[in-house]
Design a binder for this molecule. Structure first.
Ligand code: PFF
Length: 546
């Protein structure tokens, strides 16, 4: 038996069922990106015509990279840094860069959740009054856009943000089934039900049809515009949570024989269906606003914070039974966000627990507290919106895109593990991958990502983003990226705990025996059992740790 040569490592926890894993993956994918990003990106990039590049991006990048992430996590049974290290010892920093980006996204994402939570309560009496914009900026956030960092705090946000952190840390301190598993098993269906009710309600509003017309009317000329195609790839990447290290981490908790490609397809289509539903709901609602305030839908259309915290409150004010609608809308934002927040925190915690050899609870409590403190200091302050806007732009539009492109290029073209990954997917899954998948994952998508990154850098250098001062941009944008890179290199240089098996041991399966493979099939989970024409096993150490 090949795997008898291996010393017995600590057994990795696994999700009890495929459904649980799928709910966790869908919970991560369905987030603010679906509710407040997709509708506006679609509207802004050709309306109905955008669905073509969107579908192309889903099929050529979204699903192929989701399969890639699943395969990496599942085959190497580890979070991003260790998974990459097991592929090639020097590739570990890529995993840490992902964990670093996840760290910063988590600390600001939690703040948005705190706002959504507070706005859910404020919906009852429409506490934002007649001028939701002024309320948001002056009363709620008490925004100070001029100082680099204000150091003044807003009490209600501080308290709610701490509550969000305590909740998230408590969930992640439990094992994957009790924590992530049970949470998503309840929250995802509740979110879907709540959201469907809200969309149906929106469809019965006056002007809903005008909104939908504005949303779906295709502008075919958009299809010849490169930036529209780039927007489609950007949306798919963000929306499916691929390239974040999330899907790698979650897939590492799957049982050895798990249908990766089938589950990936279901996750992707569920996510996109939710997204289209959100587009319908949001634009039906905006149609109502356009009719009641006699302006074109284009003038009221927006995305992000402006849509959720300014446009929606304005609409809720004018709507019959607005309070109920508000609770459903902000409640949905909160539910969608919390399952995404947990997924991105898990990237950080799983990586650190493997490095330090700490158990899940200790890691969650110690590092969760550090993150919570940083998050509170930055985002319960009156500088919150400025820091959030800049950090979001730099981590998402540069950080993730860079890490995703590097991961694909390095895995495919440098470590020589391309075939190994394809064979792994084929050995465990229902849908088999071949040359088309390889082309999409390892050529087309990296090219799209690199173009995206250069466009972004070009526009960032052309003029100061958002009109912010260079001190603000350097500190919260470039500074964040610098911290991620330095921390990634330092963490890669630090040794792993003796409890963690780091290297590829020929014949090992990284801790979980593969049962029930088909007759005559090489054990896909055993390193060395899958042969590959370009496989360069020599790129990694094959010596077991002592
Ligand atoms: N797919 C998520 C979304 O659409 O909002 C992307 C995401 C963002 C995941 C932030 C996790 C996260 F913390």
């Amino acid at each position: 038996m090949a795997n008898t040569t291996q010393k017995s490592p600590a057994k990795r926890e696994t999700f009890n069922s495929r459904l649980m894993f799928m709910m966790a993956a869908i919970g991560s994918a369905v987030g603010l990106g679906n509710i407040w990003r997709f509708p506006y990106v679609t509207y802004d990039n050709g309306g109905g015509a955008f669905l073509i590049p969107y579908l192309v991006a889903l099929l050529t990048a979204g699903i192929p990279i989701l399969w890639f992430d699943f395969a990496i996590g599942h085959r190497y049974r580890a979070s991003a840094p260790l998974a990459f290290r097991r592929m090639a010892r020097w590739a570990e920093p890529i995993g840490w860069f992902k964990a670093g980006v996840a760290f910063f996204i988590a600390i600001y994402y939690a703040a948005i959740l705190a706002w959504a939570g507070l706005y859910t309560v404020k919906s009852f009496n429409q506490a934002w009054g007649d001028d939701p914009e002024s309320y948001l900026m002056n009363d709620f956030l008490k925004m100070d856009s001029s100082s680099t960092f204000s150091g003044d705090f807003v009490l209600p946000i501080l308290v709610t943000l701490i509550a969000v952190w305590i909740f998230a840390i408590a969930v992640l301190a439990m094992n994957v089934n009790k924590g992530i598993g049970s949470l998503t098993l309840v929250f995802v269906p509740v979110l879907i039900i709540l959201f469907v009710i809200m969309v149906v309600r929106a469809l019965f509003l006056d002007g809903a049809l005008e909104g939908l017309n504005a949303f779906f009317t295709p502008d075919w000329s958009a299809l010849s515009n490169t930036s529209v195609w780039i927007a489609a790839y950007g949306q798919i990447f963000f929306s499916l949570s691929v390239g974040f290290g999330i899907m790698i981490t979650y897939a590492s908790y799957l049982k050895p024989r798990s249908n990766l490609t089938g589950t990936g397809m279901t996750t992707a289509f569920a996510n996109s269906s939710f997204e289209v539903l959100a587009g319908i709901g949001v634009f039906a609602t905006l149609g109502f606003m356009s009719v009641t305030s006699h302006v074109a839908v284009g003038d009221v259309a927006s995305g992000g914070i402006g849509l959720a915290f300014i446009a929606f409150p304005t609409i809720i004010n004018q709507m019959p039974m607005g309070a109920l609608f508000g609770v459903m809308f902000f409640g949905s934002l909160f539910l969608a966000g919390i399952t995404s927040l947990i997924s991105i925190m898990e990237v950080v915690f799983a990586a650190l627990s493997e490095k330090l050899g700490w158990n899940r609870a200790t890691t969650a409590i110690v590092f969760g507290t550090i993150m919570a403190v940083l998050s509170t200091v930055m985002f319960a302050s009156t500088s919150s919106l400025v820091i959030l806007d800049i950090m979001d732009k730099w981590t998402n539009n540069l950080g993730i895109v860079f890490c995703a492109a590097m991961a694909l290029l390095i895995v495919a073209w440098v470590t020589g593990r391309r075939n190994e990954i394809a064979q792994h997917l084929n050995a465990v899954s229902s849908i088999r991958v071949g040359r088309i998948w390889e082309f999409c994952a390892f050529i087309l998508t990296p090219v799209a990502l690199i173009i995206m990154m250069f466009n972004e850098i070009k526009s960032m250098l052309a003029e100061p983003y958002g009109g912010y001062s260079s001190a603000q941009l350097n500190l919260f944008g470039w500074g964040t990226l610098a911290v991620i890179v330095i921390a990634g290199i330092v963490l890669s240089a630090l040794p792993y705990s003796k409890k963690t098996i780091t290297d590829r041991i020929p014949g090992s399966d990284f801790g979980v025996p593969a049962k029930g493979r088909r007759k005559g099939e090489p054990n896909p989970l055993v390193v060395g059992a899958v042969s590959s024409s370009t496989d360069a096993t020599s790129t990694t150490s094959t010596t077991p740790r002592s």
